[in-house]
Design a protein around this ligand. Structure first.
Ligand SMILES: [Zn+2]
Length: 323
């Protein structure tokens, strides 16, 4: 009888040890035993030294030995541990990723990386490791005024990617690729997907909120191309003209209606100085870059769902497929 009880104690103690990867305490084993075998409760005083003796042996063993021994005397208890394990953690599978992925982490370097940045870097780069492909670090640094980039921060992001084991396969700074966005803007105008708007900001907002088009929306392609060139050559002052992407002026969400893709900014940029005076806004720049870089999957917070809704109009005008 004592031998049988001793064996039960050993099974439960080993199961506990394997499950938590540490030697169990006396109370846990006693509790388990009494729970499984209520008939033994009157004999607890007699059983306590048996538990102490078994635990002394178990403490001498390694986790590998616990598992081997448990497999030998009670393989069913190992299966029980497996079945009770928590659901698989880690990254969810990505749809359409089997052939490899191109993913990017795209910060604005207007300050040092944060814990949130670390999360973005790790999740994107881990997916690239999981499926194969390319991890891109892209600086969305095209706002020299409100989100003015810090020159030192570019290197901080690169260093932190490396420190997190996420060496980028490619590093690009949007501010050095503005000509590419100009080319897309011109093509977009030719396709009738954008127009130069000369409204004062408040006047446009009033029209937009009333779901009404401004007078510039009906300009011809040639008129728009001419106005766009004048934006670029300095004929307009800051705030006098923007290039708008045509959406649905009656869209139920005013934030989606004919959003601004480019504006005039005369303040010099920390990285490229005075090279440009017409700058893309974030939704335009990141939409175009995701296409140019061949990005296949974008991970973003719910707060950026509007961005995707706006950007889809641009993709549709251009005949591109949204990542
Ligand atoms: Zn207008």
């Amino acid at each position: 009888m004592t031998e049988e009880i001793r064996e039960l104690i050993e099974k439960f103690a080993l199961q506990n040890a394997v499950k938590y990867r540490s030697a169990p305490n006396h109370g846990a084993v006693m509790g388990k035993l009494m729970g499984e075998r209520p008939d033994l409760r009157p004999r607890a005083r007699e059983i306590a030294p048996l538990i102490a003796s078994v635990l002394r042996d178990i403490e001498q063993m390694s986790p590998e030995q616990w598992e081997a021994r448990l497999r030998e005397i009670a393989p069913e208890l190992i299966e029980e541990i497996g079945a009770r394990k928590e659901p698989a953690k880690g990254l969810q599978p990505l749809e359409g990723a089997e052939g490899g992925v191109v993913m990017r982490f795209a910060p604005n370097p207007n300050g040092p990386p944060t814990l949130g940045s670390a999360r973005g870097i790790i999740i994107n780069s881990e997916y690239v490791k999981m499926y194969g492909g390319k991890f891109i670090l892209r600086f969305d640094d095209t706002d020299p005024v409100n989100k003015r980039p810090m020159l030192e921060a570019y290197d901080w992001y690169i260093e932190d990617c490396r420190w997190l084991g996420a060496e980028p396969h490619e590093i690009v700074a949007a501010s050095q690729r503005v000509e590419k966005y100009y080319e897309v803007a011109e093509e977009l105008i030719r396709r009738g997907g954008a127009y130069v708007c000369l409204c004062e900001q408040s006047a446009f907002k009033a029209l937009k909120d009333a779901a009404r088009a401004c007078p510039h929306r009906d300009h011809t392609v040639d008129e728009n191309l001419d106005l766009w060139r004048r934006m670029l050559d300095g004929s307009f002052k800051e705030g006098e003209a923007v290039l708008r992407v045509k959406t649905d002026i009656k869209h139920k969400d005013p934030a989606i209606r004919d959003w601004a893709g480019f504006r005039i900014v005369t303040k010099s940029h920390p990285l490229v100085g005075d090279r440009y005076r017409v700058w893309p806004l974030l939704d335009f720049e990141s939409a175009v870059e995701d296409h140019l870089l061949g990005v296949t999957h974008i991970l973003r917070g719910k707060d950026l769902i509007d961005s995707e809704r706006r950007q889809r109009y641009l993709y549709d005008h251009m005949g591109w497929v949204y990542p």
